[in-house]
Design a protein around this ligand. Structure first.
Ligand SMILES: N[C@@H](CCC(=O)N[C@@H](CS)C(=O)NCC(=O)O)C(=O)O
Length: 314
C-alpha cells in the first residue's frame, strides 16, 4: 500500500494554505498533523532534522520541506490534474515561478507586516506569538508609534500590488490563467488570505473582483483529509525505510555526498537549520538524511533556492 501523504501544518499558516490549495486542486486524500505555530515543536523538529518552518510533507520516511519543494513533489507524483493546465506548459511554469518569487517575498511581507501592525490587538497576536516571531526575525517587538508608521508604510506598498491583482482579474476570468485553476491562483491567494486570518475579519481593503476570485479559489477546498496525531506520524517514519535518494549532479564547491551538512534558510529561521548527511544534490534540490531514536533514518528534501548549504563537523 502506498504511504499516506501527511501534512504537518497549522491553520493560520499562509504557506500551509498554499499547499492545502494544491492538495485540493489535485483532489488528493491526506492526513493532517497540526503542529504548534511557535517553538518548541517537540514532535516536528525530530522529523525535519531541526528545520522549524511550516509546512512539511511527510511520505513514510521522507520529509519534504518548503512549499516549492513540496509542490514540485506533489506534481511529480500526481501529475493530473496538472498545476500547469497550459496550453504552453513550459511558459506557464516560468510565468508562475516568477509570480511565486514576488508573492512569497514582497507581497507576503507587506500583507503580514501591515496586518500585524494595523490589527495588533487581534486575538492571534498573543504575547507568546509576538515574542516568538521577534526572535524568528531577529528584530525587537515594535512599540505603538513604530506600529502606526509601519502600518502606513506597508499599506502604501500593498495598494499598488492589490491594483495589479485587480487589473489581472478585471476582464472577468475565473482564474489567473483563464478557465482552469492553476498554481498561479494558489501563489497569489495565500498572502491575501492571511490578512483575514490574522486580523480575524474579512478586510474591506481587498476589493472586487479579487474577493469573488478568492471565494472561487476557496470553494475548490483542500481535498479529503483526516487528522493524525503527531506521535503516529513519528511512528510511521520509524516503521518505514527511506527509498534510495535521487541521483546527484554536484557543482564545484558543493560539499561531497556523505559529509555532515547544515541547510539554513537564507531569509529567516536561520537559528534552526536542518542537520544531517548529504545524500543528494543537483542544481535545483538537495536531500540529507538523519537518524533519531523516534524516527529512525529519515530523508529530508529541500529546494536549493532560498537555502544555504554548508559543511559542518559531525
Ligand atoms: N519559504 C518557506 C517559508 C515557510 C514559512 O515561513 N512558514 C511560516 C508559517 S506560514 C513559518 O514557518 N513561520 C514560523 C513558524 O511557524 O515556526 C516555504 O515556502 O515553505
Amino acid at each position: 500500500m502506498a504511504a499516506e501523504l501527511i501534512l504537518h501544518h497549522y491553520d493560520f499558516s499562509n504557506y500551509s494554505e498554499k499547499v492545502r490549495l494544491v492538495l485540493g486542486l489535485k483532489g488528493l486524500s491526506w492526513r493532517s498533523v497540526e503542529i504548534p505555530p511557535v517553538l518548541p515543536k517537540p514532535d516536528y523538529l525530530p522529523l525535519t532534522g531541526g528545520y522549524r518552518r511550516a509546512p512539511a510533507l511527510q511520505i513514510g520516511a521522507e520529509v519534504y520541506c518548503d512549499t516549492v519543494r513540496i509542490i514540485e513533489e506533489l506534481e511529480r507524483r500526481f501529475p493530473q490534474p496538472s498545476l500547469y493546465p497550459g496550453p504552453d506548459v513550459a511558459a506557464q511554469r516560468a510565468f508562475i515561478a516568477g509570480l511565486e518569487r514576488w508573492t512569497d517575498s514582497i507581497l507576503i511581507r507587506n500583507t503580514i507586516n501591515y496586518t500585524s501592525c494595523a490589527y495588533a490587538d487581534a486575538e492571534r497576536f498573543t504575547p507568546d506569538f509576538l515574542a516568538d516571531r521577534a526572535a524568528l526575525l531577529g528584530k525587537p517587538e515594535p512599540g505603538l508609534a513604530h506600529r502606526r508608521a509601519a502600518a502606513d508604510k506597508n499599506l502604501s506598498q500593498l495598494r499598488p500590488q492589490l491594483a495589479w491583482i485587480h487589473d489581472l482579474l478585471s476582464d472577468g476570468r475565473p482564474y489567473v490563467c483563464g478557465d482552469s485553476m492553476s498554481l498561479a491562483d494558489c501563489v497569489i491567494y495565500h498572502p491575501l488570505w492571511v490578512m483575514d486570518q490574522l486580523s480575524g475579519q474579512r478586510l474591506a481593503l481587498i476589493p472586487e473582483p479579487i474577493r469573488r476570485w478568492m471565494d472561487r479559489v476557496a470553494a475548490r477546498g483542500h481535498g479529503n483529509f483526516r487528522p493524525m496525531r503527531s506521535s503516529e506520524a513519528l511512528d510511521l517514519a520509524a516503521a518505514a525505510d527511506p527509498p534510495p535518494p535521487p541521483p546527484s549532479e554536484p557543482f564545484d564547491g558543493d560539499p561531497a555526498l556523505g559529509q555532515t551538512v547544515a541547510v539554513t534558510p537564507t531569509d529567516y529561521g536561520k537559528a534552526n537549520p536542518s542537520i544531517g548527511t548529504l545524500v543528494s544534490i543537483d542544481a535545483v534540490r538537495m536531500a540529507l538524511q538523519h537518524s533519531q531514536a523516534r524516527t529512525g533514518l529519515v530523508t529530508v528534501h529541500f529546494p536549493r533556492f532560498g537555502y544555504q548549504l554548508r559543511q559542518v563537523s559531525s
